[in-house]
Design a protein around this ligand. Structure first.
Ligand code: FES
Length: 124
């Protein structure tokens, strides 16, 4: 039911953890199940230099969190903002229909972290 890539990211998640001196933090919850994701980013010259996630959720949520960090790392902020939840699920070879809602955390968390970074910059 899960693609091999989903299982691989679930067993061996990339960029898991937290950046202590993060430039932006995104925290999102999935209203359908209560699962949560926290994403921390480090930004330099408008580029996502580093990105880490912590996800309290199901396997699909962990796999999509892992994948979104890989897709976003090294991208310009505007490019990273264009990553959609659907694109993350597609990059994993798709998710079972009943688990599509689990991919909502990934790009939403990234967008929240970038928004937080930008509002911190604006406040400076
Ligand atoms: Fe909650 Fe998957 S069941 S994110």
């Amino acid at each position: 039911m899960y693609s091999e890539l989903v299982m691989e990211h679930f067993r061996n998640p990339r960029n898991m953890g937290v950046i202590e001196d993060a430039d932006g933090v995104g925290e999102v919850g999935n209203p359908q199940c209560g699962d949560m994701m926290r994403l921390t980013i480090k930004v330099k010259d408008d580029i996502l230099e580093d990105i880490k996630f912590q996800t309290l959720g199901c396997g699909a949520a962990v796999a999509t969190s892992s994948m979104v960090t890989e897709m976003a790392k090294g991208k310009r902020l505007d490019e990273a903002l264009e990553i959609s939840n659907r694109a993350v699920a597609e990059a994993l070879g798709g998710l079972p229909p009943a688990k599509m809602h689990c991919s909502n955390l990934a790009a939403d968390g990234l967008q929240a972290a970038i928004k937080d970074y930008r509002s911190r910059q604006a406040a400076k």
